[in-house]
Design a protein. Structure first.
Length: 178
């Protein structure tokens, strides 16, 4: 074993949450691994040493436990190059962040200071706590496309089966399909 890394997440009594299984496919870009965590956060690791370069807290746990028997998980992230700038996109339940790959800071020109809502303006989602995803976004040209997780065996008043696309530079929603 050359190195190991463990995420920092534990049950949080104040929010009534317990992280799920660590199910992640890290992205390797320019010698850096970008890893997502069960609570929808992210860390950048030096691929050679495993040293943590930065971490970003998506704060998804603040909405409480996910309404799903599968629990908390986020299987990855997506990246996009704008010229020589690398951006990573983190979906965190009802929000998506655009982060500078070099230091994990939110991209100020994206959405509202680095974050966009994945629920605003969508008729069938009345509460943000009903929105979640377990899969990473997909990048097509200058669009960040993101699906949603529809929980099995859970009854809610709001079916959350949307696929949406956002402009990778501005964060403006380009389209939504339900």
């Amino acid at each position: 074993v050359a190195w190991e890394w463990k995420h920092w997440e534990t049950p949080l009594e104040e929010f009534g949450t317990t992280p799920g299984f660590f199910e992640n496919t890290p992205l390797m870009i320019d010698g850096v691994l970008y890893v997502t965590t069960p609570y929808n956060s992210m860390a950048a690791l030096d691929a050679e040493t495993g040293r943590e370069l930065w971490r970003f807290d998506g704060e998804a746990y603040k909405l409480g436990q996910i309404l799903s028997s599968s629990g908390w998980k986020l299987r990855g992230t997506a990246f996009w190059r704008d010229g020589n700038k690398l951006r990573v996109f983190l979906n965190s339940r009802h929000r998506m962040f655009s982060l500078e790959a070099e230091d994990g800071r939110p991209v100020r020109s994206f959405g509202d200071a680095g974050v966009v809502s994945l629920t605003d303006g969508l008729a069938r989602i009345s509460e943000a706590k009903h929105a979640t995803q377990s899969s990473p976004p997909v990048i097509y040209r200058d669009l960040v496309i993101i699906g949603s997780q529809v929980p099995d065996r859970v009854q809610t008043s709001d079916p959350v089966g949307y696929v949406q696309a956002f402009n990778a530079r501005t964060g403006k929603r380009a389209w939504a399909f339900s």
